[in-house]
Structures are given as structure tokens and as C-alpha cells.
Design a protein around this ligand. Structure first.
Ligand code: AMP
Length: 421
């Protein structure tokens, strides 16, 4: 019986795992610089949390959520995104009372039953940030600038920031109605859009089939109430003054119902049609809808696999600080125990200073492999090469009698004896 990873999932091995770790470390540094603190929430939640937050007639809820019952018949769902869980935790732990403005970030896998293709998976990694308690344009601008700072720090040059405003409860209904009127008079909408028109007409705007067909579409910006317009102008001004480029895109909408006012998406040069690297916006009603007191909020999430793919496409150089790799070999088996104890001491940095200095030469991190029993010295040196060793320490009987081992530089192949006792 052979098992493979389920469709739409992937194993991250060696370089792929390293890249994810590199990106997550980068995100963490930038989030912390902007004073966001980390939140880790469960991989699954009450399914109702997502239905309530994301919206019943969205693709995520209608088609893509992994819903299951546990043994006690509770209806649970694997998290398709992080905002709903962050809000749930914010309320459950009364975080707004503890922090003047709660600024949180998260990272980890999300799950959506989508049709897999390059850059689109059923389990994928996101990193995201949420800013609660600030209704003013600086919070929106902060989130957008932090998102683009991550992408720029990841070495991406070809990024395209799209911005739009979806208005609020006061001004959006008129726009929705206008869209319904507009599309109702059009022939031949695709099947999805014919269904969406009643419940979610905004989604017709970003339909891959129908979206590009119409050039004279109604624009939300023209329907914004004075407050939403002032807010949108405020965000645009802050982005301009901070040197954060953007384009207003009247067709930009989001696949989640909770957004209000500002929404944005940052696109890059990732594979195929999956060029959205990161997306987010303001959601001023969600905290209240989930049972809290009215709390403005804005946030975003980036898709890690897509950012990694875009960085690779742009040949961005990711230099994760690599530890010094040391392999410990034994010539003959008699010194295996001594070599084992030495290698353990080296890992714990537990050796005399001159010995450490001779081997590590001040490297801040080391990675030690070996010793391995029952192999000839020749095959151990081959293993050291495979491991990518910078240095190999060879325990030989003659040297050991003199209280020494051989230190071999794997690049230059130079060998010298160093005293270890
Ligand atoms: P969303 O939560 O839908 O706003 O998506 C935010 C970001 O997550 C997107 O811009 C993508 O980069 C990424 N993303 C969303 N869905 C997927 C998926 N199925 N596979 C890979 N990345 C995804």
C-alpha cells in the first residue's frame, strides 16, 4: 500500500522548508518592528465562527471549507483564514481591555478545498496581521505599508499594489443595487455570476470570465458617502506621502464579506493567474457581529508559497544565516564513545575555549553531525561531504594518544592537529 500526500497539499523539504522558515522569520521581524505581537490560535474552530464572519454566500463557505464533526457531534472546520480566529480570541480573552490598541500577527497553515493548480493549494501557509481599535486612515496605511515592506524585504521588485474602497453599511447598498441593475440588463453572464447576482453582486466584478467583459462598470468610489470618501482620500494621501506606490482598482473586491472601506491586494510575478501575493482591508463591523462592542479593525494576510515563488522568479537572494557545519568522524571504532561525547560537548558549547576557537572560529551557530559507527573513514568523509560539512574532526588512535584530533577544512582539504585535552 503506497500513500501520497493528499491532493492539493505538499511536503516542504530541505530548501522549501528553509525558504518558509526564512520568510516567516522576516515577517516576524517586520511585524515586531511595527509593534505587533504574535498570536497562535487553533487549526480548527467551531464551523459557525467562519460562516458568521466570512459570509454564507461566499465561495469559501459555500464550496471550500473543510467541515467535520468530532466524536461528540460538534461541527468544526479547519481554519480557511486567520482573521475570524483572531477576532474570536480577542473577544474570548478581552484583549482590548488589556492592550490600548490590539495589534496581533499570526502565521501558519490554512485550508481551503479549492481546485489545485500552481500557486493554489488546499493547505497553504499564510502570515497575517490585524490592527484593532483604530478607525483612522493611519491604521490602514500602516497595514498596507507593513505588507509591502515584507514583500520588498523579501527582494521583490515587481509588486503592484491595488487599492479600492468598499464603503460602509450606509453607502454600499446603493452601489450593490446599481451593480444588480447593471448586470441584470446584460446577457450571457456565466453560471456562477448569474447565481451571485442576487446574493453577492460585487463578486461579479472580479469574475475571471465576466469581470473583463464590461468596460463601463459602475464604480464604488462614486457612491462613497462623505465619511468613506474622506477616509479613502486620507489613506491614499498617507501612502503617497510615505512613498508607497498604489493604483486605485475599481474592480477590486474581496472573497470575504466582512470588509468595509479600504481593501487592497498586492500582486507580484507568481505563477500563472495566481499572482495575488497578499490581500486585506478594513473590517469595522466584524468584532461587533461576533458579539463584541463596536471595534474598528484592519488587517491583511500574505500567501507564503506565492511570495516564495515570486522571489524565486525574480531571483531574489535569500541568505539565511547558515550555521557552521562540523562533522565528527572516527578512524576505527575504538574511539566511538570519546567522539560521541566530544560531539555532544561541541553542540552544547561545552568545550574548553581554545578548542572551540580552533574549530568554530567565532561562528555564532554550529550544526554538528556524527559520529557514525561501522563505516570506513573514507565513507565517513563522503557522508561529511553530503552533509555539506565546512570542517571535519577526525578521531584517530595515534593523535588521540597525544590528546589531539585532526581538523580538516573541507573546502581547502587542509588538515592540522588540534589539542583537545
Ligand atoms: P485571502 O485570505 O483569500 O484574502 O488570501 C490572502 C492571500 O493568501 C492571497 O493573496 C494568496 O497569496 C494566499 N492564498 C489564498 N488562497 C490560497 C490557496 N488556495 N493557495 C495558496 N495561497 C493562497
Amino acid at each position: 500500500m503506497n500513500f501520497n500526500a493528499p491532493r492539493g497539499t505538499h511536503d516542504l523539504i530541505e530548501k522549501d522548508a528553509e525558504n518558509l522558515r526564512y520568510l516567516e522569520t522576516l515577517c516576524r521581524k517586520i511585524f515586531e518592528k511595527w509593534n505587533y505581537s504574535e498570536i497562535c490560535f487553533p487549526t480548527f474552530e467551531d464551523a459557525g465562527l467562519f460562516t458568521r464572519s466570512i459570509g454564507e454566500s461566499t465561495d469559501i463557505i459555500e464550496k471550500e471549507m473543510y467541515v467535520f464533526e468530532d466524536r461528540k457531534g460538534r461541527k468544526l472546520a479547519l481554519r480557511p483564514e486567520g482573521t475570524a480566529s483572531t477576532v474570536r480570541a480577542l473577544l474570548e480573552h478581552s484583549l482590548m481591555q488589556k492592550m490600548p490598541a490590539a495589534k496581533l500577527f499570526y502565521m501558519g497553515p490554512m485550508f481551503r478545498y479549492e481546485r489545485p493548480q500552481a500557486g493554489r493549494y488546499r493547505e497553504f501557509y499564510q502570515a497575517g496581521a490585524e490592527y484593532f481599535g483604530n478607525s483612522e486612515p493611519p491604521a490602514d496605511a500602516e497595514i498596507i505599508i507593513a505588507a509591502s515592506e515584507i514583500l520588498k524585504s523579501a527582494g521583490l521588485k515587481k509588486i503592484d499594489t491595488r487599492l479600492n474602497s468598499l464603503g460602509c453599511k450606509a453607502c454600499r447598498p446603493a452601489f450593490r443595487q446599481e451593480l444588480k441593475n447593471y448586470f441584470s440588463s446584460k446577457e450571457g453572464l456565466c453560471e456562477d455570476c448569474s447565481n451571485r447576482l442576487e446574493k453577492n453582486p460585487l463578486r461579479v466584478l472580479d469574475c475571471k470570465i465576466d469581470g473583463p467583459r464590461f468596460t463601463d462598470l459602475p464604480q464604488m468610489e462614486k457612491f462613497l458617502c462623505p465619511e468613506c470618501k474622506k477616509h479613502f482620500d486620507g489613506v491614499k494621501e498617507l501612502l503617497e506621502k510615505s512613498g508607497c506606490g498604489y493604483t486605485v482598482d475599481h474592480k477590486l473586491v474581496r472573497g470575504l464579506d466582512y470588509y468595509t472601506k479600504t481593501i487592497f491586494e498586492i500582486r507580484g510575478s507568481a505563477e500563472g493567474a495566481q499572482d495575488a501575493l497578499c490581500a486585506g482591508g478594513r473590517y469595522d463591523n466584524l468584532v461587533e457581529e461576533l458579539g463584541g462592542s463596536p471595534t474598528p479593525a484592519v488587517g491583511f494576510a500574505l500567501g507564503s508559497e506565492r511570495v516564495i515563488a515570486a522571489a524565486q522568479k525574480e531571483n531574489a537572494v535569500w541568505n539565511a544565516s547558515r550555521p557552521l557545519k562540523v562533522f565528527v568522524a572516527v578512524s576505527g571504532e575504538s574511539l566511538l564513545k570519546e567522539a560521541f561525547v566530544f560531539a555532544a560537548g561541541l553542540r552544547r558549547s561545552n568545550l574548553a575555549e581554545p578548542v572551540k576557537l580552533a574549530i568554530c572560529a567565532g561562528a555564532p551557530e554550529i550544526c554538528v553531525e556524527g559520529p557514525v559507527a561501522s563505516r570506513s573513514l573514507k565513507s565517513q568523509l563522503k557522508l561529511a561531504d553530503k552533509f555539506g560539512a565546512d570542517k571535519t574532526i577526525i578521531f584517530g588512535e595515534d593523535e588521540y594518544k597525544r590528546g589531539a584530533v585532526v581538523l580538516r577544512d573541507m573546502k581547502t582539504q587542509e588538515q592540522k592537529e588540534i589539542k583537545i585535552v
